[in-house]
Design a protein around this ligand. Structure first.
Ligand code: GRF
Length: 196
């Protein structure tokens, strides 16, 4: 990814632990000096998202755009695109952003849009991944960083991590084991994209 001033915009809906892992890694690994890259903004569709407070405390620009205030998915996505494009981002990072995006949005950011999903894709696209993995008797679960296409939880796989499913696991216990790995592979995948 060539050029200087590679702005990264991160979209969240909740706790934002992946976002925080990316911000912390970007500082530890000096992405600004090495790649001209920085997390320029964190945007949420929920004003109450805990991650917004954390990002603000870090001195990062934050904003919320309430999807319920828009008549249609298209109208919300158009407003969101306008907000994101203020930063002319090199990468738009979905980190627990709980919205299905319109094809127009996905097309607009083609090649710049990535997501993390808490399963070993292509297994268990969609919701309740940990419960489904336990119910199916999977011995392994994990997480996937992938490019975003207009098909939900599809797109080129950029990185994955595998964890064991242990007897007695609840969806919550498994989710925590997977999340710890997400915090490693998401920054790693982004760093790789910045470095080429
Ligand atoms: C993560 O499990 C991520 O894979 C999924 O949503 C969760 C977000 O967690 N898409 P957080 O907001 O990053 O803590």
């Amino acid at each position: 990814m060539s050029g200087v001033n590679k702005n990264i915009v991160i979209l969240i809906s909740g706790s934002g632990s992946n976002m925080a892992a990316i911000v912390e890694t970007s500082r530890k690994q000096r992405w600004q000096d090495r790649y001209g890259a920085r997390v320029a903004a964190v945007i949420s569709n929920k004003a109450a998202a805990k991650g917004l407070v954390w990002a603000q405390d870090q001195g990062i620009e934050t904003s919320a755009l309430d999807h319920t205030a828009y008549d249609s998915r298209e109208a919300f996505d158009a407003a969101l695109m306008a907000r994101i494009d203020r930063y002319n981002p090199a990468l738009v990072v979905l980190a627990g952003f709980m919205r299905i995006l319109t094809p127009g949005f996905v097309q607009h950011y083609e090649g710049r849009l990535v997501n993390i999903h808490p399963s070993l894709l292509p297994a268990f696209a969609g919701l309740k991944t940990h419960q489904r993995a336990i119910e199916m008797g999977c011995r392994f679960a994990g997480a996937t960083v992938h490019r975003v296409t207009s098909e939900l939880d599809h797109g080129e796989i950029l990185d994955q991590a595998v964890v064991p499913v242990l007897s007695g696991d609840t969806p919550e216990i498994l989710a925590a084991r997977v999340l710890a790995q997400e915090h490693l592979i998401y920054p790693r995948a982004i760093e790789r994209l910045l470095s080429v």
